[in-house]
Design a binder for this molecule. Sequence first.
Ligand SMILES: Cc1cc2nc3c(=O)[nH]c(=O)nc-3n(C[C@H](O)[C@H](O)[C@H](O)COP(=O)(O)OP(=O)(O)OC[C@H]3O[C@@H](n4cnc5c(N)ncnc54)[C@H](O)[C@@H]3O)c2cc1C
Length: 397
Amino acid sequence: MRCLGGVIEHNTHRKVVVIGGGYAGTVAANRLRRRTDVDIALVNPRPEFVDRIRLHQFVSGTGDVAVDYGTLLGEGIELVVDSATHIDTADRMVRLASGHALDYDYVIYAVGSTTAVPSVPGAAEFAFSVAEVESAQRLRARLEEVPRDARLTVVGGGPTGVETAAELAEQGCTVALVCGGSLLPSLSAPGRRYVARWLSRHGVSVLEGATVTEVRPDAVVFGDGAVRPSALTIWTTGFGGPQLAAESGLRTDTLGRLLTDETLTSIDDDCIVATGDAVAPSGRPLRMSSQGAGALGAPAADTVLSRIAGTEPAVVDLALIGTCISLGRRVGIRQLARKDDTAVNFYVGGRAGARIKEVTCKVGVGKIRREARKPGSLIWPKGNPRPAFAASVVTSI
Ligand SMILES: Cc1cc2nc3c(=O)[nH]c(=O)nc-3n(C[C@H](O)[C@H](O)[C@H](O)COP(=O)(O)OP(=O)(O)OC[C@H]3O[C@@H](n4cnc5c(N)ncnc54)[C@H](O)[C@@H]3O)c2cc1C
């Protein structure tokens, strides 16, 4: 469905419903306040913002994740504590789990990412996840039950797995990190070596090239048939996506990310704009990250504001500038990267790396507050223009 060239004729206020109050959704909601004639509703299932990038700290008891939306959202934004269950594009209504519905002129789809449901036998039943606050709460409760010297397994050698394993090791847990392929493949070789040394010094067994093929309540089974006792297994092999868009009849990629053009506008409906982890522009999504999500909230809001103003929305240009990974509370690594997100052979480690990581985490939330105070103030690294919208990529998905 198209809304008359994307411009809605109105004499009254426009209504924008932002679905999802994570990094992307809160930035977008705040930025929409650049216009005073926009009514903004932000739908989120919880009454508090979850600082997801600290969930591994929450699990280990070294950090908190709840932030009061009152300190993040600009005046006039209506926080609706509920879950969107359907986007009714014909009637322009967002249907909610409570049975209520919100009518809209535009939707900003910012539902983020979720735990990827693993297909490995036993993983869905017996493994835990740090990807969402509810699953992290279950994991934290279970951690309190297992004996202090129990053997734990973290499956997944990416940043989430490494941060989780490191946090637990620093707390004195005995951890094996099963990487599947290699440890942190997105880092440079020197960066990987640095992390591997830290993990080894802290007693983490890093199993590169090993794959878990079954999870049992008290063990993991490897591809070669070996069985390793595991009192608690944590699955971190990647994120999935909520299926709300797909279930609402909008085209998505295989992970449920909304397919959009390069202005972040749905390829099915000009009134729906997506952002954060939940968007796949031209079917070629950026890396899922809070860094990308916070920044993408701004152009998503700008696209909606352009459509309201009847001007052409800009294509997105965002350069991700490397990765920060914490190794417990005292050490971290800041891997530098080119504007296309590929790592260079330079990193900052040690306490300096930890400080950069902590500042980065604070900046993530700080940006939301700044945008609340001064809508339109967020700037983000550019210089990585994306290839022109490729309809062929989208139609082949
Ligand atoms: C342990 C951990 C550590 C991480 N560390 C880093 C890091 O160091 N650096 C980094 O860049 N990234 C990191 N990430 C990834 C980062 O957290 C995500 O990429 C980021 O949260 C995406 O932001 P978002 O706004 O798109 O979505 P989210 O932060 O996931 O927010 C989406 C919101 O939408 C809500 N929602 C979902 N469905 C609905 C619905 N139907 N109705 C209403 N609301 C809905 C969700 O409940 C959530 O509140 C980490 C992730 C984890 C789990």
